[in-house]
Structures are given as C-alpha cells and as structure tokens.
Write a protein that binds this ligand. Structure first.
Ligand SMILES: [Zn+2]
Ligand SMILES: [Zn+2]
Length: 394
C-alpha cells in the first residue's frame, strides 16, 4: 500500500567489502539494520531483498569493457590487490573476490528502490547500501566500483522519461553522477559538499553548471571546512527549495552520505545529527510538494560506523517510513554491539555536544558559505547571464 516505505536489504549486500581495515566497512549496514529492528521501527514486510543488476542494465552507464574488467578482476585466481587499470587495484579500490557480484547487487538494490516507487508499490524507498556516487563510465573511484545512482537514474529516464532531481549531501562532491548527466536537462543534479580544494575528489565548484542543453541543470555548493549546523541548514534550505521550485521534478533521488558529521574521520564538515535529521525531513517535504511523493533515498559515505552511521540513517528511515524514531537507543542493541565496538557507543539519537561548535572562525566560515550560496542563487535566479534552464518563474 502506498504511504509505507520500503527498505531494500539483504545480508548479501555486505559482500561489498574491500579488505580488513578499509574505511568502507559493510558492517555498518548490519549495525544500522539491527538498530532499526531493535527500535521496532522496521518490520519484515517492509524489507525487500534485491537482485543483482544485469550486464545490460549496467551498460546504461558503464562501458562493457570496464564491466568485463571488473568481472575478470573478481575471479578468485586473480592476485588480490594487484594493480590493474581503470582505478581498480589501488589503495582506495583494491580488488576483492566476487567484486562484480557484490557491486552489481548494490546497483540492483538501487534500481529496485526506484522500481518500487515508480510502480506505485510505495511512496518512498531506502537503500542504505547504495549511494556510490564517484564511479565513472569506465573507472572505479573513491570506494565506488559501479555507480548505482547513475544506473538507476538512467534506468528511470529510459523506462519512464520523467524529470529526475538528484540531491547529494555527502561530504564529498557527487562527481560521478554529475558527469553522467552533465548535458541532460531532464536530470538536475544538486551537490552540497566540502570544497574541492580541501577534499577528494577536488571538483564541485560553482562554475560546474552543465553543458549544452544541460547548462543550468547542475548545481554545486562547496562549503568551508568546519561548517556547522546553523550554516549548513541555512544554505541547504535556500538551495533545495529554490531548485525544486524551479525544476519541478517528477521524482527525487537523494544520497545521504553521513560523513558530514563532526565525528567522521575522513572529512572536515562539522554538523551534528540536527542537520542529519533536517536533510531527510526537507527532502521528504519537497518530494510531496513537487514530485507526488516519489522519493528514492540512498546511503553513501560515513566512516564512523559505530556512532554516526546507525543513528544518521535511522533518521533517514524515520522519514522514509513516516515513523518517529525513539530518542533513546535500545539497551539491547547497545549491549550487543558495545561488546565489539572499539569506542563507547552514544546512547541518544540526538547529539548533545559538538567539539567544533566553538571553532574560532565560525562566523567567517558562515560568511564565506553565504557568499558562495549567493553566487549560485544569483545564477539560479537569472542573474547569471548564461543560465537558461533554471530561471526563477515569477
Ligand atoms: Zn511521505
Ligand atoms: Zn563521502
């Protein structure tokens, strides 16, 4: 019945595992799903197991030669970790057994999430294993082998020909998805991220706005390191509301990388769960206001798998399933995972403290973000001479 969210998940998704000690740890999928079960906010009839994406589906985005390379690299007799090409076999993307199968399943999960929404079996869906936004046509990048997001959006475009708004709130720029749809006026990509001069992949400047017919359908807002809740939410709200109002999407696809949290070890954006709660809330509202509720939510980055990922993605599921998530984490879950966690587990859903909140340059950071936001909004509202696609309709 529409109105109830679907959660795309199976234990097989945890096979997407590069190596021991690699920061992209699929254990986070299990810890998060287990938390939702212990909270009694996720039930078996809401869970849909994915199937791997077919070779043909993958070719909507990836070169057949690249897929074959991944397939060959996945064979057990190949030297694990051996440097190949196309970004495979590097420190970021080491080769692992059944890499093709694992990555295809992640893509299949995101396509399934989109399919359920478009076949009206649900209004909203969530695939926390998805959100691998860095993978390119013929290149693995930043822990991403196949780009599940781009494949799903290409699949939506091919099958339904509707307008897709993609929102990426990961700390890293959503480069892979951006480049796939850079000349397509039917896919609006919006990425808000830590500025490329401080963080991988280095792109995502305001002047990357799309080309040809797609000019104006790619929006990037780079943020300063140590951006806090107040500045982040201020920028996000203005940007997303204006963009959705102008573009009027038929469906929203969002990537919820939670590496913007101040505890994340890989990035420097310093928000708390206040922002990580606000993001899905705002996107949920926009989905109902502009896209008849059609919303596909995905995971993404998040490298504090104990104290950030489970709490942040519970908040996403709360919006997707339209349920209130308990403020206190269940004692049973804390005891179970506390036994193996190397850090003390936080006991509440909300953060009561942020170590960077009193950063000495907090006002300067906010001002720089506002300058960038105004530059981008100026273009959006027709102040930029070259932006045709997204002029504000009066
Ligand atoms: Zn809803
Ligand atoms: Zn990230």
């Amino acid at each position: 019945m529409p109105g109830v969210g679907k959660y795309i998940y199976s234990q097989q998704l945890s096979q997407y595992k590069f190596a021991e000690g690699h920061p992209f740890d699929p254990l986070r999928l299990e810890i998060t799903t287990d938390l939702l079960r212990h909270m009694h906010v996720l039930f078996s009839d809401e869970i849909v197991a994915p199937l791997p994406a077919s070779f043909e589906t993958l070719t909507l985005v990836h070169d057949p030669g690249y897929i074959e390379l991944v397939q060959n690299a996945s064979l057990k007799n190949l030297t694990i970790g051996k440097n190949l090409s196309c970004g495979l076999g590097t420190d970021d993307n080491p080769i692992f057994c059944n890499m093709h199968e694992a990555a295809s399943l992640t893509v299949g999960a995101t396509v399934k999430a989109a399919e359920l929404v478009l076949k009206k079996q649900t209004d909203h869906s969530l695939n926390i294993s998805g959100g691998l936004h860095h993978a390119k046509q013929n290149q693995a990048s930043g822990f991403c082998i196949y780009n599940d997001i781009a494949v799903a959006i290409a699949w939506i475009r091919k099958k339904y020909r509707i307008r897709v708004m993609y929102i990426d709130t990961d700390a890293h720029h959503g480069d892979g998805v951006q480049w796939f749809f850079y000349s397509d006026p039917n896919v609006l990509t919006v990425s808000i991220h830590e500025a490329g001069r401080y963080l991988f992949p280095g792109t995502g400047n305001i002047d990357e706005m799309g080309v040809g017919m797609g000019r104006g359908y790619c929006l990037n807002l780079p943020l300063e390191p140590y951006t806090n809740d107040c500045s982040y939410m201020e920028c996000l709200e203005k940007l997303l509301i204006t963009a959705a109002k102008n573009f009027r999407p038929d469906i929203i696809v969002s990537q919820h990388g939670c590496d913007i949290h101040y505890l994340d070890p890989l990035t420097h954006i310093s928000v708390t769960n206040k922002t990580l709660s606000y993001i899905p809330q705002l996107i949920h509202t926009l989905a109902h206001e502009y896209a008849q509720g059609k919303w596909v939510a995905l995971g993404g980055g998040g490298y504090d798998i104990w104290n950030v990922v489970p709490r942040a993605w519970s908040l996403v599921w709360g919006e997707v399933s339209n349920r209130t998530i308990p403020r206190e984490l269940p004692r049973t879950w804390l005891e179970k995972w506390g036994r193996i966690s190397p850090v003390t587990l936080l006991r509440t859903l909300c953060d009561t403290f942020c170590s960077h909140e009193d950063h000495p340059h907090i006002e300067e950071i906010r001002e720089k973000n506002i300058v960038n936001l105004n530059r981008l909004m100026g273009c959006l509202q027709g102040g930029g001479h070259h932006i045709k696609g997204l002029q504000l309709q009066k």
